[in-house]
Design a protein around this ligand. Structure first.
Ligand code: ATP
Ligand code: RIB
Length: 302
C-alpha cells in the first residue's frame, strides 16, 4: 500500500440545523447546533484513515480544546498527526454551517491557525512528504503554502491530487504537472473565470485546465455524479441514488476515498466508483467527519 500525505486545514464545524438558509438581512429560527470535526484537509485525511489508508497530515491547530478534539478524532482512525503543529495562543479554525431540510448548506470559515500553515511548517515536516507516494491538497490554507507544497511534491516525483476548494484563481504554472484535480462544477468555473451550467461548458472548461498542464480532472456534479476528463477523452460516471440529509463533506469524502483506493492499487475507474459509493453514504448522514462511512459499509454498498 502506498503512503499518503494530506497538506491542509482543520476546523471545528458548528453544524446548524435550519428549515432553510436565511437570505441577506433575514433572521430565522434554527432547530439545533452540533460541534462536529471538520475542515477540508482534516475531512480528507480522516476519510483516508477510516478507510484503511496509511496517511499523515501537515496542518495547524491552536492549543485550545477544539485542537485537542480534532487531533483525537484523527488519531482514532490511525492518522499520523505528528505534522499537525500546535500553535501556542492560536485559535483553531472554525466553520459555521447552516444545513437546510434538503441537506444543502452554506459555509463560513474562520480560518484561525489554518492561516499560519506556512512554508516553515512545510519544511519542518518535509520528511512526511519524503515518506509519502501521494500528496493531497486543498485551498483552505494560505495559497503560497499550497503552491510551495505542490512544487515540493512535484520535485519529489509524488502523485499530486488537488481539491481546489474553496476555489481560488491560481497562477497558470500552479496547475502544470498536477495529476488529478477534483473541482465541483462551481469551482471549475472559478478556476477558469466563467460561470458554467451545461455539460458542454464543463467539458470546455476542463479542456482549458488540461491546456494549463493538469493531467486529469474529476469534475464532481453532486447528485448527478462525476465527469472524468483527460487527454484520452471524457467519461461520465453517475452517482448512486440516495436520499441526502446533509451534503457537508461529500466532496472531501470523495477525494479521500479516491486517494485511498489509488494507494491500494485500484484503477482510476475503480477508485472513482469506490469514492462515489463512500460519498453517497456520507450525504445520508449529518456532519462532516461524523458522516464518513467505514470500509465495511462502503464494500457492502458496492
Ligand atoms: P462539498 O463541497 O459538499 O463537500 P463538493 O461540491 O465538493 O462537495 P459534490 O460534487 O457535491 O462535491 O459531491 C461529490 C460526490 O459526492 C459526487 O460526485 C457524488 O458521487 C456524491 N454526492 C454528492 N451529493 C450526492 C447526492 N445528493 N446523492 C448521491 N451522491 C451524492
Ligand atoms: O468541505 C466541508 C468542510 O468545509 C467543512 O467541514 C468545513 O470545515 C469547511 O472547511
Amino acid at each position: 500500500m502506498k503512503k499518503i500525505l494530506v497538506v491542509g486545514s482543520l476546523n471545528m464545524d458548528f453544524s446548524i440545523e435550519t428549515p432553510r438558509i436565511p437570505v441577506p438581512g433575514e433572521t430565522i429560527m434554527g432547530t439545533g447546533v452540533k460541534l462536529v470535526p471538520g475542515g477540508k484537509g482534516a475531512n480528507q485525511v480522516y476519510t483516508i484513515g477510516k478507510l484503511g489508508g496509511d496517511v499523515a497530515m501537515i496542518g495547524a491547530v491552536g492549543d485550545d480544546s477544539f485542537g485537542d478534539m480534532l487531533i483525537d478524532n484523527l488519531e482514532n482512525v490511525g492518522v499520523n498527526v505528528e505534522g499537525i503543529e500546535r500553535i501556542s495562543g492560536g485559535t483553531t479554525g472554525q466553520a459555521f454551517i447552516p444545513v437546510d431540510e434538503s441537506g444543502e448548506n452554506s459555509i463560513i470559515v474562520i480560518g484561525g491557525t489554518n492561516g499560519q500553515v506556512d512554508e516553515a511548517i512545510l519544511k519542518k515536516y518535509e520528511y512526511l512528504m519524503d515518506e509519502a507516494d501521494i500528496v493531497v491538497m486543498q485551498q483552505e490554507i494560505p495559497l503560497t503554502t499550497v503552491m510551495a507544497a505542490k512544487q515540493m511534491a512535484m520535485e519529489k516525483g509524488k502523485t499530486i491530487i488537488v481539491d481546489p476548494a474553496p476555489a481560488a484563481a491560481m497562477p497558470d504554472e500552479f496547475w502544470d504537472g498536477i495529476d488529478y484535480i477534483k473541482p465541483n462544477e462551481t469551482e471549475l468555473g472559478i478556476l477558469i473565470g466563467k460561470e458554467l451550467s451545461t455539460q458542454e461548458e464543463y467539458k470546455e472548461a476542463a479542456q482549458e485546465m488540461l491546456r494549463k498542464g493538469v493531467k486529469k480532472l474529476l469534475v464532481t456534479l453532486g447528485s448527478k455524479g462525476c465527469l472524468i476528463v483527460s487527454s484520452e477523452g471524457e467519461e461520465f460516471i453517475p452517482a448512486n441514488k440516495v436520499k441526502a440529509v446533509d451534503t457537508t463533506a461529500a466532496g472531501d469524502t470523495f477525494t479521500g476515498a479516491f486517494a485511498v483506493a489509488l494507494s491500494q492499487g485500484k484503477s482510476e475507474k475503480e477508485a472513482i466508483t469506490f469514492a462515489q459509493k463512500a460519498s453517497a453514504i456520507a450525504v445520508t448522514r449529518k456532519g462532516a467527519q461524523a458522516s464518513v462511512p467505514t470500509l465495511e459499509e462502503v464494500l457492502a454498498s458496492m
